[in-house]
Write a protein that binds this ligand. Structure first.
Ligand SMILES: [Ca+2]
Ligand SMILES: [Ca+2]
Ligand SMILES: [Ca+2]
Length: 337
């Protein structure tokens, strides 16, 4: 056949190539290869490896789910205690919530309230049980579906979990988004701190008051970056969306003396110097955003007093509207957000 001779030559070149390949596969070449490679944490566990830190054998970013520099954390435990609430059987209404608040009462029941600034918030119903296991909750917009979502920290292992919000405050568990969050005493979703569409979560480290920013993408928190120091004396830190009108979300904080300060989000998703924007907040046990109470696109501010009354303040871009009562009877709640 005509093709017979080229095939013979081809066979010859393959043999030559094989020789070359053998000659480079020397011991020195193998030294440059990763000393340990696991395709999954299950493989790593089978080989007796876990909690590999950056630079250690077996570490690679693909196994570092939360981007904290530790791969295959053993702290990643089973699903959280609170059972996700069932989805509503009727088709969800197209109306998105204005303001809404979740509270965990003394029995560990997750209570849901919704409403607006003029009429206050009304109790709608329970949205889960077993939430007494959680030591922190905060509302956020984790995706673009318009429904607010919720993050929660489980006390037993300090893991952080994300729940997707739906119509009427119903929640569906998305999954674990972080581990070892016990050292943070404030966890504050701050939306688009740098403008654009990237969403962030800010957290304060209890030991030294350092303020860290994390990027929230999909169902993951990653890329810890310090954006402030000595924030330990702040009583509360709140993300209220854009308070300066430049399209970037800002941070509002209550100092020890009860004064309220605004820290502007910057184009680099850090924060600028503080500007005083209020006072008289010493009587508040909690401060948080009940989302957009006024339906003007800006998240508003709420404060809980020790008697369990919650007041709302409209975010008027640079100033606040008058105090308006949103809720009462929350003094025994373990968590409120
Ligand atoms: Ca959502
Ligand atoms: Ca701003
Ligand atoms: Ca508003």
């Amino acid at each position: 056949m005509i093709t017979a001779r080229p095939m013979v030559r081809l066979a010859g070149s393959i043999a030559l190539g094989a020789t070359i390949a053998l000659s480079v596969a020397t011991p020195s070449e193998s030294v440059t290869q990763p000393s340990l490679y696991f395709s999954s944490c299950a493989d790593a566990a089978a080989a007796g490896y876990h909690d590999m830190r950056i630079g250690e054998p077996g570490y690679r970013s693909g196994l570092d789910r939360d981007g904290d520099g530790i791969a295959c954390e053993t702290a990643a435990g089973p699903a959280p205690a609170p059972a996700p609430a069932p989805a509503p059987t009727s088709s969800p209404s197209a109306t998105l919530p204005a303001g809404q608040v979740y509270g965990v009462n003394a029995q560990g029941v997750l209570q849901y309230f919704k409403g607006n600034l003029s009429s206050g918030l009304a109790y709608v119903g329970q949205r889960g049980t077993g939430w007494g296991a959680m030591t922190y909750i905060a509302q956020l917009n984790a995706n673009s579906d318009g429904y607010p979502d919720l993050i929660a920290r489980r006390g037993a292992d300090q893991s952080l979990w994300l729940y997707k919000g739906g119509s009427n405050g119903w929640l569906t568990l998305v999954g674990q988004v972080g581990s070892n969050w016990g050292g943070m005493d404030l966890i504050v979703p701050v939306s688009n701190l740098g403008g654009g569409t990237t969403r962030y979560v800010v957290a304060r480290r209890a030991t030294d008051g350092a303020l860290f920013r994390y990027t929230l993408s999909g169902s993951r928190l990653s890329g810890a970056s310090q954006i402030g120091k000595n924030w330990g004396s702040m009583r509360h830190i709140v993300g209220v969306g854009d308070f300066t009108g430049d399209g970037r979300a800002d941070i509002v904080a209550v100092r020890t003396d009860g004064t309220l300060w605004r820290y502007s989000g910057t184009s680099g998703a850090t924060i600028g110097s503080g500007t005083k924007v209020g006072q008289g907040w010493t009587g508040f046990t909690r401060a948080f955003s009940p989302l957009d109470l006024t339906r003007d696109g800006r998240w508003d501010l709420a404060g809980q007093r020790s008697d369990g009354t919650v007041f709302g303040y409209a975010n008027k871009v640079g100033s606040w509207g008058p105090a308006t009562k949103l809720l009462s009877g929350t003094s025994t709640y373990k968590l409120l957000a």
